[in-house]
Design a protein around this ligand. Structure first.
Ligand code: ADP
Length: 264
C-alpha cells in the first residue's frame, strides 16, 4: 500500500493550471519499520544471554556455589554468555561505524594473497580442530593481484566468510578460498570466492542471509557463537568499497560466497 501526500500549487499568473507534487512516504515508512525491527531484535539478542547470566548467578547464590561440579558448570555458563554479549556488541559497533561513516576508510591497494594469508593464520587452528581442509587457489600467472579497499575492512570480510564456512561445515569437510581478476562491464575487478562443503543454504533463504539477525537455524547459530550480523557486515563493507557480495548454494553441497571488489 502506498501513501501519497498531494500538494497542489496553483501557478500564479498562468491561465488554468497547477503543479501536483506527489510525496511518496513508502520509503520513509519502510526505514522506520526497519529501525523499529532492529531495536526489537537487539533487545531480544541482548536479553537472552543476560537472563542466563542472571539465572546462573542466582542459582550459585542459592547454594550451587558449595558444590564443585555445579559451581564450575554455572560459572562456565556465565563465561560463555558474557562472550556472546561481547561478540554481539562488537558486531553492532562495527555495523554502526560503517553505516555512520564516522571512521573514514583508509582505501589503499591491498594484496589479496597477503590478506588471505593473514586470515588463514587466524583460522587454521580452528579448521584443524574440526579436521577441515583449508585450501587456497591462487590465480595462475598473477600472484600479485590487488584490490582497492581498506586493509582492516578486507580482513573483516574474509574472516566473517571463513568463520562461517568453518562453522557451518561438518568435520572432515573442505573450505576453499580462491581469487582471480575479472572484468565487470569493462571494469577490472577481483573476485574472491569462499566455498565450503557444508550443508548449504536452501534456495528460498539465499536472499535473506545478508539481513541483520537473519539465521536459518537460530539455535544452531547461537550454539556456534554466531551473532547473526556477520554477513550484513560483509555486505556493508564490500558495498562501501564499491563492490558487492553474493551467494549460491545447492542443498548438501555447501555454500559459495563471492565477493567482488575493484581491482588496483
Ligand atoms: P551468524 O553469526 O549466525 O553466522 P551471519 O550473518 O554470519 O550470522 O550468517 C547468517 C546466517 O546465514 C547463519 O546463521 C547461517 O544460517 C547462514 N550461513 C552463513 N554462512 C553459511 C555457510 N557458509 N553455510 C551455510 N549457512 C551459512
Amino acid at each position: 500500500e502506498r501513501i501519497l501526500s498531494v500538494q497542489v500549487t496553483p501557478l500564479v499568473g498562468e491561465p488554468a493550471g497547477a503543479v501536483v507534487v506527489l510525496h511518496d512516504t513508502t520509503e520513509l515508512r519502510r526505514l522506520e519499520n526497519l529501525r523499529r525491527d532492529f531495536v526489537a531484535n537487539v533487545s531480544h539478542e541482548l536479553k537472552t544471554p543476560l537472563s542466563t547470566i542472571k539465572a546462573n548467578a542466582e542459582t550459585l547464590l542459592l547454594g550451587a556455589v558449595d558444590d564443585k561440579v555445579h559451581r564450575t558448570k554455572f560459572l562456565e555458563g556465565i563465561g560463555a554468555q558474557s562472550e556472546r554479549l561481547e561478540a554481539l556488541i562488537q558486531d553492532m559497533l562495527t555495523l554502526a561505524r560503517i553505516e555512520s561513516a564516522q571512521q573514514p576508510f583508509d582505501i589503499a591497494s591491498v594484496l589479496v594473497a597477503q590478506a588471505v594469508a593473514s586470515c588463514l593464520l587466524d583460522y587454521r587452528p580452528r579448521a584443524e580442530a574440526k579436521e577441515i581442509a583449508l585450501t587456497t587457489v591462487e590465480p595462475a600467472g598473477s600472484p600479485n593481484l590487488k584490490v582497492r579497499a581498506d586493509r582492516n575492512g578486507l580482513q573483516v570480510i574474509l574472516s566473517n566468510l571463513v568463520d562461517n564456512a568453518i562453522k557451518y561445515t561438518p568435520s572432515g569437510g573442505q573450505v576453499r578460498i580462491a581469487w582471480e581478476s575479472v572484468a565487470v562491464n569493462d571494469v577490472a575487478m577481483v573476485r574472491i570466492e569462499v566455498a565450503d562443503t557444508g550443508n548449504g543454504i536452501p534456495e528460498e533463504k539465499l536472499a535473506r542471509v545478508f539481513e541483520r539477525f537473519y539465521r536459518i537455524d537460530e539455535a544452531r547459530s547461537r550454539e556456534l557463537g554466531g551473532t547473526g550480523l556477520g554477513l550484513s557486515i560483509v555486505k556493508h563493507l564490500t558495498q562501501s568499497f564499491g563492490g558487492d557480495v553474493a551467494v549460491t548454494s545447492r542443498p548438501n553441497e555447501g555454500a559459495v560466497f563471492v565477493v567482488t571488489l575493484p581491482g588496483a
